[in-house]
Design a protein around this ligand. Structure first.
Ligand code: ITT
Length: 188
């Protein structure tokens, strides 16, 4: 099985990537396991810029194949916010409550949103980015206890992402799509 280091400090992203990539023959190792205990400043203004910053910082330490994920929630009624600032929109655990409050006067038909994910990959021969997205809408209350971040307010079909099993989420998520695109590129 091929090994790739995932440049992230987010344990939920790590778990999802491991679940998605294992059946495709790729073993995911955390940056900490690989000996890279760093948290580079994410000062890019796009998902791609931030993904590249994270992948490079870890690649420079470990020198084996690395990928990083920069992702976030883009809400149409908020002109794409919180977007690249999703991790910094509210203190951890309060992001859904803050978003529900900010969206309280937005009618049903204007609550559309998408999760976006850009993955940057680097090895000794190549570097590239791939992306994935998932369209849905913002609910009026938090529902479900699975997943993380904005999952309890992000509705796809008749469920929030936090009401889905890990398999259901991975099948349709932005991260699932980007990771499958990464595999396709690596198969080349
Ligand atoms: P790393 O930078 O260490 O990977 P992070 O959590 O800071 O971890 P990002 O900078 O990419 O990652 O921020 C992404 C934020 O967007 C994340 O903290 C969540 O709030 C949100 N997010 C991304 N993917 C999500 C998902 O699948 N479900 C729910 N929220 C998600």
């Amino acid at each position: 099985m091929n090994k790739i280091v995932f440049a992230t400090n987010n344990a939920n992203k790590l778990r999802e990537a491991a679940e998605i990539l294992a059946p495709l023959g790729i073993e995911v190792i955390s940056q900490r396991e690989a000996g890279a205990d760093c948290e580079p400043e994410e000062n890019g203004v796009t998902f791609a810029e931030n993904a590249i910053i994270k992948a490079k910082a870890v690649y420079d330490i470990v020198n084996i194949p690395v990928f990083a994920d920069d992702s976030g929630l883009c809400v149409d009624a908020l002109e794409g916010r919180p977007g690249v600032y999703s991790a910094r929109y509210a203190p951890k655990g309060q992001e859904c409550a803050k978003l529900i409050e900010e969206m309280k006067n937005i009618p049903d038909n204007k609550r559309t949103a998408s999760f976006q994910c850009v993955i940057a990959y680097i090895d000794e021969k190549s570097s590239f980015t791939v992306s994935g997205s998932c369209c849905g809408s913002i609910g009026y209350e938090e529902k479900g206890t699975n997943g993380f971040g904005y999952d309890p307010v992000f509705v796809v079909g008749d469920k929030t992402m936090a009401e889905m099993t890990a398999e259901e989420k991975n099948e349709l998520s932005h991260r699932g799509a980007a990771l499958r695109a990464l595999c396709e590129k690596l198969k080349g």
